[in-house]
Design a protein around this ligand. Sequence first.
Ligand code: GLC
Ligand code: MG
Length: 248
Amino acid sequence: MKPFLFVTDLDHTLVGDDVAMSTLNRYLEQHREQRGTKIVYSTGRSFTSYRKLTTEKSLLSPDILICAVGTEIYHQDSDTPDSIWSQKLAVGWDRALVATSAARFVDLTPQPDSEQRPFKVSYFLSEQAAVEVIPDLEALLDEQGVDSQIIFSGGKDLDILPRQANKGMAMTFVRQYLEFEPMHTVACGDSGNDLALFHDRAERGIIVGNARPELLHWHHANPNPNRYLARAEFAGGILEGLQHFGFI
Ligand code: GLC
Ligand code: MG
């Protein structure tokens, strides 16, 4: 068995079924010790909110932690994000202009301060309002010349990020940094902000059985043999997918 790069979302993907997660953690820890497999967490949460989760759940300590929907990359034992990545994202980004543009939309409710990050401006938005608000906001940001992208997840969270950052782009950066081939890399997710982990990718992808409709619709409309939709939920779905691809 070869080492592989394991990239996973946390909420509702790795985290959701404590029993299955502890089984998966045993496999991963053993693979890391014996073969040099690397473990990367990629979450929408801020570093602060991630730290809170670690006090509630028995997570392994990741080799690299990606926070705030791909916009911050933390190396092991560091609480300062990778500066090469931050510098890349600063190009063409104007956070203040993003926030004043978004403030024009009454349907957008700002998320808590802890989730507002240098390269991530986040709101709550209802699924009904999203249909109109997202295209209008996109058009306004374009008109203002902000190089950004909008990501809607879980039917309620709207993130505005620089064009060069999402979970997929951060995975490529980390994969190249750790020197893994795409075919020896696997990413797991359940919702809208994970779509970038699977879109047009040579890396293997696992969608857990409890995935959100936003991700499932896209998956069915864009078939790709590198992507596996598990029957099992949460960490059980990850285990099923790792076995499907022969990683474990
Ligand atoms: C996490 C973050 C939130 C973000 C959401 C979707 O819940 O805390 O800020 O909007 O993920 O990416
Ligand atoms: Mg999730």
